[in-house]
Design a protein around this ligand. Structure first.
Ligand SMILES: Cc1cc2nc3c(=O)[nH]c(=O)nc-3n(C[C@H](O)[C@H](O)[C@H](O)COP(=O)(O)OP(=O)(O)OC[C@H]3O[C@@H](n4cnc5c(N)ncnc54)[C@H](O)[C@@H]3O)c2cc1C
Length: 348
């Protein structure tokens, strides 16, 4: 318990950014962002650095929830927070708004950016705007076809075709010379890739063009993560050895984990489903807590293995909730238990 108390008072190692202006009506000054590839090498209050993924909020209530989550993860010593980029509409504008608020917190903030519905000129202008605001961490992605993520990819007229084109655009934009670039990588191979070999070559191509690290698609078989890491390092000991950050989704229900994997073009492995379904005992609603407990155990076991195998950082897809991630961190001895007085969603 004594180690737990130290987490409650630990100041965040990334607290050296400029503070936001406390005066109402005066916009926060641009913050100097720690590159994500360095943030994961810095001090961590736990066994391994951990980071979180947020989604831009749809309304004010969701905004409050996100802010509470950011506070809680900040206090737990998160290495960086990433914010996703939607397929369109107002959440896209909120990505920048929220990212700037997180950066001013201060938190090392990673902005996802996709090619969907943007011309190359628009993307260049956006990147220059990021640079002006001091937002220098970008996850360069292609994105999926809007409406049907598994549908046929159509580049926007005047737009780019692959995430690698976005990396080149960033590297060829003088204002972005100090950008730290992340990319997506896929332990099971991207669902559109011809095979694992082609997938490896695409990932290496992006790393050679100047990406600094990758974050993986969510997965449930740690072996696949380890094989990806080994494949990359064996194929190119310089660029292939850049950090591969495992992306983890703490499991809280069978329905949601199935849905998330479906959207990512994959499937939940049978072994995992069997454990969850055993806990559900034929009625997932009635046995929700039992399913959740097994789900959190599964994510904890994966995390333990990843730590033992030397993963650089654990990246949790939080859906803007604290509890599931904090439960896993608590099981790992890296956070106090979630509950009244500490880290409770909607309370802080
Ligand atoms: C960590 C993470 C975060 C994500 N965040 C978001 C988000 O915020 N918003 C969002 O909309 N989506 C997000 N995605 C989903 C992502 O946009 C999709 O998985 C998308 O289908 C692939 O993106 P990519 O950047 O890997 O694309 P690319 O690298 O462009 O690859 C797309 C496909 O093209 C193939 N390919 C690439 N380059 C070439 C080439 N030169 N020649 C031939 N084939 C090629 C690849 O093998 C792959 O099949 C995220 C994914 C991950 C893993």
């Amino acid at each position: 318990m004594s180690t737990m108390i130290s987490f409650m008072s630990a100041s965040n190692p990334h607290d050296h950014h400029e503070k936001a202006s406390p005066l109402p009506g005066i916009p926060p000054q641009p913050t100097l962002q720690v590159p994500v590839s360095q943030a994961i090498r810095g001090y961590s209050p736990g066994k391994i650095p951990f980071s979180v993924e947020f989604m831009p909020p749809r309304d004010d209530a969701a905004q409050t929830r996100l802010w509470n989550a950011a506070e809680a993860f900040h206090d737990l010593g998160v290495s960086f927070a990433s914010i996703t980029y939607g397929a369109g509409g107002s959440t896209r504008e909120r990505t920048m708004e929220v990212a700037q608020q997180l950066a001013a917190k201060p938190l090392t903030t990673l902005m996802h950016l996709t090619l969907v519905d943007h011309s190359a000129e628009e993307l260049r202008a956006m990147l220059q705007d990021y640079a002006r605001r001091g937002m220098t961490n970008v996850l360069a992605l292609r994105g999926d076809p809007p409406g049907d993520p598994l549908g046929t990819w159509q580049p926007t007229p005047g737009g780019l075709n692959y995430a690698s084109d976005l990396i080149e655009l960033i590297r060829n934009t003088p204002e972005c010379e100090n950008f730290d670039i992340g990319i997506a990588s896929f332990p099971e191979g991207h669902y559109r890739a011809e095979d694992l070999e082609q997938d490896t070559q695409v990932t290496l191509h992006k790393l050679r063009l100047g990406a600094d690290y990758s974050i993986t698609q969510m997965f449930f078989d740690v072996e696949n993560y380890l094989r990806l890491r080994d494949r990359l390092a064996a194929a190119d000991p310089v660029h292939g050895a850049k950090p591969v950050i495992p992306g983890l989704m703490p499991i809280t229900s069978i329905r949601s984990v199935r849905r998330q994997m479906e959207l990512a073009g994959g499937e939940v492995p049978v072994k995992i489903l069997e454990r969850l379904e055993k806990a559900a005992a034929g009625d997932e609603v009635a046995n929700r807590d039992a399913v959740r407990e097994v789900g959190i155990d599964i994510t904890t076991e994966m995390s333990e293995r990843l730590i033992a195998e030397g993963a650089p950082n654990l990246h949790f897809m939080t859906m803007n909730n604290v509890r599931a991630t904090q439960d896993v961190l608590h099981n790992l001895g890296m956070a106090p238990a979630w509950g009244p007085g500490y880290g409770q969603d909607m309370v802080r």
